[in-house]
Design a protein around this ligand. Sequence first.
Ligand code: PLP
Length: 450
Amino acid sequence: MRIVSNSIEGRDIAYQMHPNVNLRKYEKTGGLVIESGDGIYVTDNNGKRYIEGMAGLWSVALGFGEKRLAEVAKAQMEKLPYYHTFSYKTHGPSIDLAELLISIAPVPMSKVHFTSSGSEANDLACKMVWYRSNALGNKDKKKIIGRIKGYHGVTIAAASITGLPRNHESFDLPLDRMFHTSCPSYVHFGKDGESEADFTARILNDLEELILKEGPETIAAFWGEPVMGAGGVLVPPAGYWEGVQAILKKYDILLVADEVICGFGRTGKMFACETYNIKPDVLIVSKQISSSYMPLSALIMNDAFYQPIADESDRIGVFGHGFTASGHPVATAVGLENLKIIQERDLVGNAARLEEKFLGRLAELAKHPLAHSSRGVGLIGALEIKPWGDAKPGDAAAAVSAALEEEGVISRNIGEALCFCPPLIITAEQIDDMFDAVGRALDKVEKTRA
Ligand code: PLP
């Protein structure tokens, strides 16, 4: 018989296997138990309050206490808690949200298909790219190009397009149709003496060389986050997206823009496709679509993408894909209300107005002796920490993140980057509170190193 400590932390260790942790380490340390939330804050089970500097997982646009979302969820639960969208059935919330998404999409789009997570949406987009190639008789046009450090989720196809080794190793991934081209992060991959413009030209050349090596007629799609999130908040250099799109056009390759993090205001525009003038064939959204109060994601596709797929389903007799929760009425009702609130309160404008302050404070912190540089756009940014002599990769940012948590701010350390992506409702004063705490955490860690 196993002995289980009766504390909540003990029961968590005993019974729950967590995502994205070192499982052996978790057995010893356990996790921080978060009990409640309000505005940009969450509170743990000991009553300690934190600024959630990451909006959960880059996702809680409206903060942690939006009553209108709770009320809409309750009303929908009482009216129609569940219905599906299979077999020629449909319902109001999914239709209303699809219509709104088409009306605000950054480029003319034709149809919305709902899923429940970013991974599912990317996985399905990949299946649809293959289905479409078959529909068009292009049986060999199936390869997909993602990017080193790109992140698109953890299901088999999405993880294969992801360019992070930890999502591949021992999972027997990536699939052999998936390739990864250079990462557009000048700060990490620029060579000594190379200008940013030369770096951009070099990585665009890498993309074209990969396409030519594999055979343009075999490449179906290119996948990219406008700003890479889980790779460490990597902002593209000037001219990068223009260059990528020119190459894709030249070789007739589809563009899938993964706005799971960027969508709905994060970069100071409704979509980062507007920030970087990206014209995708398929747009993937999730997270801020419902502020993550309910699991929800969507593929938004243009007509040229949709039509061959519709023809193929007609030939076969059915589009043989769907989830029990596709377009779930409670999730889509909450998503609709969430987007209405983002529009009513002009939270996209809030991100645009606060960008200068947010990036300015990060740039000031980058002058600290423990910091290397800062980067960001809108309300997403990172402070690159300088590893000290004997630090293992990632240890320095982890130490600052831990000290910051003691100071009452939750951040995320990815490699040497300390990442911030606060709720879109944050105010200028709260940005000061958050970054004042980062300054104190840096000083604290520096003292322990002295
Ligand atoms: N795409 C991007 C850009 C993401 O950041 C994420 C998650 O962080 C995903 C896809 C996967 O989403 P999910 O965790 O909902 O499967």
